[in-house]
Write a protein that binds this ligand. Sequence first.
Ligand code: OTU
Length: 652
Amino acid sequence: MTTDSWLFQQVDLLIQGPLRLLDPFEQAIFRARLEEHWSDVIRPLRHLYGQHPDFETWLVKFLHIIAQNYAHRPHDLRLLDIKRAARPDWFQESRMIGYVCYTDRFADTLTGVRKKIPYLNELGVTYLHLMPLLKPRPRPNDGGYAVADYRQVDPRLGTMDDLSQLAVELRQNGISLCVDLVCNHTAKEHEWAQKALAGDPVYQNYYFMFPDRTLPDQYERTLREIFPESAPGSFTWYPEAERWVWTTFHEYQWDLNYQNPAVFAEMLDIMLFLANQGVEILRLDAVAFMWKRMGTDCENLPEAHYLLQAFRALSRVAAPALLLKAEAIVPPPQLVPYLGQGEATNKECEIAYHNVLMVMLWSALAERKVNLATYALGKMPRIPSGCAWVTYVRCHDDIGWAVTEEDAAAVGLNGFLHRAFLSDFYSGRFPHTFARGATFQFNPKTGDRRISGTLASLAGLEVALEQKDWRAVDLAVRRILLLHSMIFVYGGIPLIYMGDELGLLNDYSYQDDPSRVGDNRWMHRPFMDWERAGERLDWQSVTGRIFQGLVRLVQARKRTSVLHAETAVTPVWTHNEHVLGLLRHGPRGRLLALANFTEHVQTVPRYRLLELGFSGELHNCLNGRLLDAWSDIQLEPYESLWLVHPEQLHSA
Ligand code: OTU
C-alpha cells in the first residue's frame, strides 16, 4: 500500500473527481507538488494513524480535501503561490515588520482596518496579525479563543467576504495577513460539541469524554494547570451528557481529539479554507497541547509535532504560499523543535514565537544584568535555515517566566527565587521597581506567578507619569525603545503589539466589565487611542518620542539586509555584565549589537570588540554615525548600537 503506483492511481481518481474542472496544466501542477511532498506527507501520517484499521481510507480522504481546496483556490492566490515559491525567504528578510491588534479595539470592524492601512504603512508594517476573529461563543470567550464556527467571521467584525477583501487590499499594500486558528480546542457551542453533548458517539469521539473520574484522575497526576485560579483542573463534568470532558483551558474550551483522524481531516479542511480566503499566515494556537498520553504532562509530545508536519506537507500541495506559525509558549528545550528538527528540518512550522527571548529581555531589564540572557539564549540550538522566529516584547497574554533551573544555576541564580523576583518586580511589589503590572494566575502548588501589564507600564512609564518625574519618563521611553531594538535585531519577524508604538498604559476598565473582570490580561489589551496617535509627529510629546523612535528602528532594520533571519545570532559576553552583546554572522555579513540594560552609562572595552573581529572604524546602523577606531565603546542609559564595518555597507 501507498506505493508510487498507488499514489498515481489516486491522483488519476482526483483528476476525474475534485480536480476535473481544472485546466490540465493546473492538474499537472497538483500532481507534481503531491509527488514532491509525498514522503513528507506520509511520514508523519504513518506515525499518527498508521495503526488505524482504515488508514488507507483516511489517506484518500486527506488527498480529497487538499484536491478540493486546490481546485477552489482563487487565481490571485495561485499567483501568490508562484511568487512565494520564487522567493521562499520572503518572510526572513529584514524588511519584515509585524503588527498585532484586535480588530474591534484597533478599528472597530474589518472594513475599519482597511481604512487604517495608511497608518500601518507609516509604521512600515508588512505583516498584520488580527487577533481571533472567527465566530466565537458569546462572552466570555477568552478573547475569541473559543470558536463556535471556523467558517464564519465574528458578525460584530464583518463577514468572510470582508476578510477576503481586506486580505487583497493588505497584499496590495505589501502586508501579509495573519489570522488565528484555534486548533487545540473548540467552544462548547461548536456544532461538533453540541452533537457530542446530545450523545452522538461520532462527535463524542471528536473530544475526550469520560463516564467517570477514573481516567481523568490518572491523567491529572501529571498535568499542569494552565489557569489554576480561574479554571482549575483539566476536566469538566457535563450532566447533560453524563461525561467528564477534557478542558485544558476554560470549561467552555473543549480539547479536540486528534487521535481521531476525522478531527485531523476537519482541521485540514478549515486550514485550507482560510488560506483560500487570502490568509497568508495561520497562527496555530496552543499547539503544545494537541496530543495526550497518560503519564506525561500532555505537552510537546512527538505526535503534536507530527500533526504540524502533516498539516504543513499537505498544505504545501494545496496552498504553498501559506505559512504556519507555532504558538507554543514553552521552555527553551521544548521550543526549538516546533521549527522542525532531524528529518523534519524545514518541514514543520516556518515560524514560531520566541517567548524565551521575550522573557530574557524582561529579566535583564529588572536585574540590570545580562548574564542569564547571554547564557540561556546562547545555549539554544540553531534553527533551520528556512525558518524564522517571531520576536516580540509584549503580546495579549501574560508573561510566564520560562527560566529553567539549569540555566539559572549556571549563572549563579536560584531558578525559583529568580522567577519570584521577576514576579515581584513586575507586579510592582519589589521596592523601588519602575514597573506597574499585576499577578496573573498564582498557583499555590508551585508558587508560580505570571504577569500582566502593557509594555509601557511594565517599563516604568505609568509610575513616572503619575509622579511627574521627567527623568523617570525619559528612562521609560528609552526602555521601550531598547526592547524594540532587541527584537528588531535578533532575527525573525519582530511584532509590534498595538498601542506599544504610542506607549499606551495599563487599561483598568476591564474591571467594570463582568465578562472580563476575572481575567486581568485585559489590562494589556487596551483600545487604540487615536487621539493619542494624533500626537505621534510631535517630538515634544512622550508619544512622539516613542513613535518616532520606533519608526527610526523600523527604517534601520529595513536598510540592514544582514539582519535576514538566515544570518545566525549568537549572544556574546561583552566583558560588562550590564551590556548584552548579540553577534549576527553569516554570508550576508556581520553585525554586533550592544545594548545597555541599565540607567547608567556603560563601557565595553575596545579589546573585546577586536576579539570579536570588529576592528577599525565602526558604523552604527541605528543613527548612521561612525565610531572611531580606538576608544572604548560608551553606551548611554539603555542605549543600543548596531555595529558593522563600514566596508560592509558599500559592498551591500
Ligand atoms: C493561548 O495561550 C492564547 O494565546 C491564549 O490567549 C488563550 O487563552 C489560550 O491559548 C487558550 O486558547 O496558556 O496563558 O504553551 O501557554 O497556548 C496562555 C502554550 C496559554 C500556552 C498558550 C496559551
